[in-house]
Write a new protein. Structure first.
Length: 274
């Protein structure tokens, strides 16, 4: 019994590592683009504890972990990404604290808190069934609510380039009025400019969802996921450089701060629930 309790505590610690604090975490309440009530998103950042066994770690993730997670009611799609170091571009360089790998889960749920509990119970069962691994270290797990529909570009994906996932975070705002202004600018200026950039296929916006977690740390309340087809990670972010400058100036004119911190991942997996 004591072992089971310790295992559950370990699972909970892995599941809930960051608590966004303060009113900005409820940004979705003040967004001009109404949140999509049943579309949610889970971001899990991880590292392999033993670099010499990284292939084993990836095999476990693809063959065991993701299929198990996609059995949880509401989880409909999983994408994995490998972090891309870009030391020449500090705004998008992979930081050690972010984790080398990311897993992105699309969720459909009318009650996200109940779905989170289901995920906790599923993780506990994975441990009990011996389907966990000591190669996994979770460095961050965050839930988001989608803001409006995804914005698709007019371009058709080709079969030649690699696909990159650029996660862009933004911090806002002091009050509800500022949050609403930011969201309107984000929707009407940021998204159209970004989706017109070379190689961009889609941009989706999210607002952080408040969850009771251990070891609370502040988190930016807004996230955008940009899907880009490019020959390299550097080419993927280079396509956004001119837009970053223009959007920063546009935001300043509106008394806002443009989202300007990003992490770039090479997409290494994309699995839909059967």
């Amino acid at each position: 019994m004591r072992v089971a309790v310790k295992a559950l505590a370990a699972v909970l610690a892995l599941l809930f590592t960051v608590l966004p604090g303060g009113e900005p975490a409820r940004a979705a309440e003040h967004c001009a683009a109404a949140p999509d009530d049943d579309r949610w998103f889970m971001v899990v950042k991880t590292v392999a504890t033993d670099p010499a066994r990284e292939a084993e770690f990836n095999d476990w993730y693809d063959r065991i972990d993701i299929p198990d997670v996609l059995e949880v009611p509401g989880y409909v799609r999983a994408r994995r990404g490998l972090g891309q170091p870009l030391p020449g571009r500090p705004w998008a360089d992979l930081q050690a604290i972010e984790g080398r790998y990311v897993a992105l889960y699309d969720i459909r749920s009318a009650n996200i808190d109940a779905t989170i509990v289901d995920m906790m119970l599923a993780a506990q069962k994975m441990v009990a069934r011996g389907r966990s691994t000591d190669l996994l270290k979770v460095v961050g797990r965050f839930y988001y609510q989608q803001l409006g529909p995804a914005a698709d570009s007019a371009r058709t994906p080709t079969r030649g380039g690699s696909h990159y996932l650029v996660l862009v975070t933004g911090d806002c705002c002091a009050d509800a009025a500022a949050t609403a202004r930011f969201d309107a600018w984000y929707r009407d200026a940021w998204v159209p400019r970004v989706t017109a950039a070379e190689g961009v296929l889609r941009a989706t916006r999210y607002a952080l969802h408040r969850v009771a977690m251990f070891d609370p740390l502040p988190m930016p309340p807004f996230l955008a996921v940009i899907e880009i087809e490019a020959d390299s990670a550097d080419a993927a972010v280079r396509a956004l450089d001119a837009d970053r400058t223009a959007l920063a100036e546009s935001a300043r004119r509106h008394g806002l701060v443009a989202p300007d911190q990003a992490t770039v991942y090479l997409r290494i997996g994309d699995i839909a629930r059967r």
